[in-house]
Design a protein around this ligand. Structure first.
Ligand code: SF4
Length: 443
């Protein structure tokens, strides 16, 4: 079965994900999604998406813009598995490659992810306390809090589920958008650059990140004339970076290693990478540990004991005190699982306080923009390789100890959840009302 002729980019995005994913339920889930999803993309979004290509990236370098690339750890792992080298080596070689094309700096979104994790921890504690207080504010907040880093999930929630689900979604921006804000609203001033002279490109594991970058919520005015620019100008998938390597006939294995740009990269003084565990961001794990410490004064040593439920993409972790379950979080990946959990929220039967929802089965390492298995390699084998490569020689750290993040709060954002942090690092969601035409099509 093929997507209908004339399908718009977001449909293609999900379709590509479904086609590329080893899970045979994905195509069925995607088909159901398309059926419910009709006619919601705006022409402005379509134009924005068309601008997010390799050609545009190269064109903006030739136009003399100060181009900055931010690389996701999932894309780094995908290229590392493909070329049989460590993520650190890939990062150094990609820095050489991009800089040889004229890129000014190459950063790492593990760094901005630490900031979003700190903001998410703070948001969870605030929601939890409000929900458990006798205060009238209680009715304005909602648990479970749902992670907001996956645009595939956000798009589905806004366009298919509508207003009842949106208050549950964390207002914290994704690592991609947080990086955009840090670069265009803070770093550029430190570097004496105008934000409109920067062109910020991210390298991401999925096409849905292109949609995210093109949201109206993620543009801002730069002058009194009302000129607007985007936090992230363009998104390249991991596959498009491999296309670039092939297009330029580059022998990637023989490229020299370049020193890394440490300003916004999780690289310590010894030159090692660091960050959180969790190949889809580590939201559930980080917030669980923080909540145990702050709400119940329990430091959790060692790894968390996630229990697999109906499949490996649906896992929960809980904490008991005096025989009572005080914390219960879940990882919920793939459309089938998320549809089930969303149904429980709607009927008031969801027992979780936090949900790390991701649209792709197996999460972000398995995104539709990642490199495909090599001939003779199964999707499952590739995924296992990616999972081990992802944290190869990466020091696992607590985001609260990240010196770059501490500095951003000290010099700019003040403290987690401050007015400044809310203005720059949080967003909002909008239910999309289906057009009459699409409703008639579905009828
Ligand atoms: S789960 Fe898939 S769609 Fe969602 S952010 Fe990760 S790669 Fe993208």
């Amino acid at each position: 079965m093929a997507p209908a002729t004339g399908m718009q980019p977001p449909y293609l995005s999900l379709w590509r994900w479904a086609a590329a994913t080893p899970c045979h339920n994905a195509m069925a889930a995607a088909t159901a999604f398309f059926h419910n999803y009709g006619g919601c993309i705006t022409s402005a979004e379509t134009v924005m998406l068309e601008k997010q290509s390799l050609d545009e990236f190269l064109l903006n370098i030739s136009r003399g813009k100060a181009v900055i690339v931010s690389l996701s750890p999932q894309s780094r792992a995908s290229l590392a598995a493909h070329f049989g080298m460590s993520p650190l080596k890939v990062f150094k070689k990609l820095t050489t490659l991009f800089k040889s094309l004229g890129v000014k700096a190459v950063f790492d979104t593990s760094c901005s992810r630490d900031l979003t994790l700190v903001e998410s921890c703070n948001e969870f504690i605030t929601r939890y306390r409000q929900c458990h207080s006798a205060d009238e504010q209680k009715s304005n907040v909602a648990l479970p809090m749902i992670a907001s880093a996956c645009p595939g999930w956000i798009c589905y929630a806004e366009k298919t589920l509508g207003s009842y689900i949106l208050p549950y979604i964390s207002t914290v921006k994704s690592p991609q958008q947080a990086m955009g804000v840090i670069i265009k609203k803070h770093m550029c001033h430190l570097l004496s650059l105008r934000p409109e002279d920067l062109y910020h490109v991210t390298v991401m594991p999925c096409y849905d990140k292109k949609l995210e970058a093109s949201r109206d919520d993620f543009v801002f005015e730069v002058n009194p004339q009302g000129e607007q620019i985007s936090e992230v100008d363009s998104v390249l998938t991991t596959g498009e970076v491999l296309d670039l390597i092939q297009l330029k006939s580059i022998d990637f294995l023989s490229l020299e290693d370049s020193p890394l740009d440490k300003l916004l990269s999780n690289v310590n003084d010894d030159g090692n990478l660091y960050g959180t565990t969790g190949s889809s961001g580590g939201y559930a794990e980080t917030i669980f540990r923080y909540a145990a410490k702050v709400l119940f004064r329990k430091e959790i040593e060692g790894s968390l004991d996630f229990k697999v439920l109906r499949n490996s993409d649906f896992q929960e972790v809980s904490m008991e005190l005096d025989g009572e379950t005080v914390l219960k979080f879940a990882l919920c990946y793939g459309f089938r699982n998320l549809q089930n959990v969303v149904r429980k929220i709607k009927t008031g039967k969801c027992e979780y306080q936090f949900l790390e929802i991701m649209a792709c089965p197996s999460g972000c390492l398995n995104g539709g923009g990642q490199l495909k298995p090599k001939p003779g390699q199964s999707g499952k084998d590739l995924l296992q390789l990616l999972e081990s490569t992802y944290l190869e020689n990466v020091l696992v750290t607590d985001p609260y100890t990240n010196p770059i993040i501490k500095n951003l709060y000290e010099k700019w954002l003040e403290e987690p959840g401050s007015e400044k942090a809310k203005r720059h690092m949080h967003t909002q969601y909008h239910p999309v009302v289906k057009s009459i035409t699409s409703q008639l099509q579905n009828w």
